[in-house]
Design a binder for this molecule. Structure first.
Ligand SMILES: [Cu+2]
Length: 521
């Protein structure tokens, strides 16, 4: 059993590696999507690579996921090498109890961050970028290091699930003769914001107009960001050399940039691009990020300031709770080039091709009504519409008869959505075990009418002709949460007359409508 799993895991990984090592810009054709039959082991296994390096497959779990869960946890993690040494490569994934990789439109790895002595060192989002140290470098590892697992696994359905977070590390023990020549690196976590839940909103139509498209760059285009600018900067205190980086973005993200500022002059040192395999473009998790090539080594000096920005496409849709991170591996001393006087590669290659778990794009007809054509529902102004059991109790598109009709409000008046699935007092605890009694967050987010097609990673989108979003209704721990920390949302009073369609960003199969009619008074 375990040998079979090892073989399957090794085979699966070599498929990934083959793409990883596909080499420089010959990759004009789209690499093949990974097989949906891919299975990884739920056990810890070790294989030995041709050059003698150990590849250790760790499987963290079981992690229990509550129905509709979208919460952050920090849990102990003792799954790490038994001897001191160097980690030279890190490849994350997420699997179900049978070893298969869940569809991203069902179970979504919002993030996993491996905290080493409380410092974020490796991370994974659904783009599943492989972090590989360039030859001759490795992350310094000591058995005395304290590891924690920070994870946010998002269940897009009302069905509970059990998952494992896997990570395959290439490891060279200190006692291996190869270890003598390895230069130690550490991770400088370059985040556009910082903190426990570092997110910003990139709203449709905001940002700069570039070649007829809207481009929103954080922090530059967010007036609220100025106060936070210092938080995402790395002020260099001794000679160092960044030797590798790649961007982390959410759907809608186009690229991240790593910049070095010296004596008032800012130089871009790496441009990590989101390569979308997604047929609809920059709208889903069907994406890979470009990472630095092996010969990318940038000298930084005391007094330099290293910073990062993230740019999103705000032409078609809004992107709520977006991220921009460039985990950057850094060695002490100078090993590279001076970025202000010498040349170096500013772009790289993706670390893998399209993944099988991203095949469910959505957007197909499924027989839901077109809310534009439904008769008026009840007049609800000044009243509440409850959200309960993953259902908008009035105007839900799956509702039968009166319950499915859009609730009606006069222009200039409002009504209030109340999320009964996330009552006050229920917050979920960051340092508790995952999967307990958790608030279920819901949103009311505008989507382009009729918004009645099948759910997938690219449908529905926050692309309503009129933009509105309730935030994630419910309560959560301060600084570590997606929660709005309120359970109600008032429909804006300034909406033009018309029928509005909306969905839940957290559980996008949830759809509804309401109608604004002319004011008769
Ligand atoms: Cu929801």
């Amino acid at each position: 059993m375990s040998r079979l799993c090892t073989a399957l895991a090794a085979g699966a990984l070599s498929a990934l590696v083959a793409v990883t090592l596909a080499g420089p810009a010959t990759a004009a054709s789209t690499p093949k999507r990974t097989s949906a039959k891919l299975k990884l082991s739920t056990k810890t296994t070790t294989t030995t690579l041709k050059d003698g390096t150990q590849r250790i497959h760790y499987s963290y779990g079981p992690v229990h996921i509550a129905p509709g869960q979208n919460s952050i946890f920090v849990e102990p993690n003792d799954l790490k090498p038994k001897v001191d040494g160097y980690v030279t490569r890190f490849a994350p994934n997420l699997i179900l109890a049978d070893g298969t990789i869940p569809r991203v439109d069902v179970i979504h790895l919002h993030h996993a961050v491996w905290l080493v002595n409380q410092s974020p060192t490796w991370g994974a989002g659904e783009e599943k970028t492989t972090a590989a140290a360039p030859p001759g470098y490795g992350w310094n590892y000591k058995t005395s290091d304290k590891w924690l697992m920070n994870h946010m696994i998002h269940d897009l359905t009302p069905t509970p699930e059990t998952v494992y977070i896997t990570y395959d590390i290439d490891f060279v023990p200190k006692t291996d003769p190869k270890a003598k020549s390895i230069i130690p690196i550490r991770t400088e976590w370059m985040d556009v914001i910082g903190g426990g839940y570092p997110v910003f909103d990139a709203i449709k139509g905001t940002g700069k107009l570039v070649n007829g498209k809207r481009r929103f760059t954080y922090p530059d285009d967010d007036p609220k960001a100025n106060a936070q600018k210092a938080a995402h900067q790395w002020r260099v205190t001794k000679d160092g050399t960044p030797v590798g980086t790649a961007g982390h973005l959410h759907p809608g993200g186009l690229y991240t940039d790593l910049n070095v500022t010296r004596n008032g002059v800012t130089k871009n040192v790496f441009h990590s691009v989101a390569k979308y395999w997604e047929p609809a473009g920059a709208v889903s998790w069907d994406v890979s990020m470009t990472a630095t090539p092996v010969d990318w080594k940038i000298n930084v000096n005391p007094g330099d300031v290293v910073s990062t920005t993230a740019t999103y496409d705000t032409s078609k849709a809004s992107w709520y709770e977006s991220m921009g991170i460039m985990a950057t591996s850094v060695a002490d001393g100078h090993h590279g080039v001076d970025p202000f006087t010498q040349s170096f590669p500013r772009t790289g290659q993706v670390t893998h091709g399209p993944l099988a778990e991203n095949r469910g794009h959505g957007g197909d007809p499924i027989g839901l009504p077109n809310p534009m054509k439904l008769l008026d529902g009840p007049v609800v102004e000044g009243k509440q519409v409850l959200i309960d059991g993953f259902i908008y109790k009035q105007g839900n598109m799956t509702g039968v008869g009166m319950a499915g009709r859009p609730p009606v409000v006069q222009q200039g008046k409002t009504f209030t959505f109340v999320n009964k699935d996330a009552p006050k007092g229920l917050t979920g605890q960051v340092f508790a075990a995952s999967g307990g009694d958790l608030p279920i967050y819901h949103t009311i987010t505008s989507c382009k009418q009729p918004c009645n097609k099948s759910t997938g990673i690219a449908y529905p989108l926050a692309d309503g002709d009129v933009t509105f979003d309730s935030g994630e209704l419910g309560y959560g721990p301060g600084g570590f949460t997606a929660a709005a920390n309120r359970d109600t949302w008032d429909v804006p009073k300034n909406l033009p007359k018309g029928t509005y369609t909306y969905f839940c960003r957290v559980h996008p199969f949830m759809r509804g409508s309401f109608r604004v009619v002319p004011n008769k008074t």
